[in-house]
Design a protein around this ligand. Sequence first.
Ligand SMILES: [Zn+2]
Length: 120
Amino acid sequence: MQISNLVDLLNIPVMAYGLKNDFQNNLFEGSQNLLLYADKLVEIKTICWFCNKKAIHNLRVNEYDEPVYEGEQIQIGGNETYVPVCRRHYHYPLLESMLDFEEDEEPDELEVDEQEESEE
Ligand SMILES: [Zn+2]
């Protein structure tokens, strides 16, 4: 029986939470159902590990701080860890700066679309 049926049949509130997407940007099965059936969604925001933008992805990194984009959706007991990142830093994580990242520093290697700064 689905939780939404319990809510409707027993008329009780149910609160659930979880991560929306995995490290490959696929919805978790449970999250997909929550998105489909929830009466109310509350997003708990966090910021990117590398910048101040909103983090919308979970980047998996190995024990050498290298990004990992392949593998099982859920790994238990592995050496991988996860960091919240924005879309830009999901694709260009610049992991070498992870340990000594400073807020004002702009990464050199990153190809940034400069359209935002165009002058009229
Ligand atoms: Zn970022």
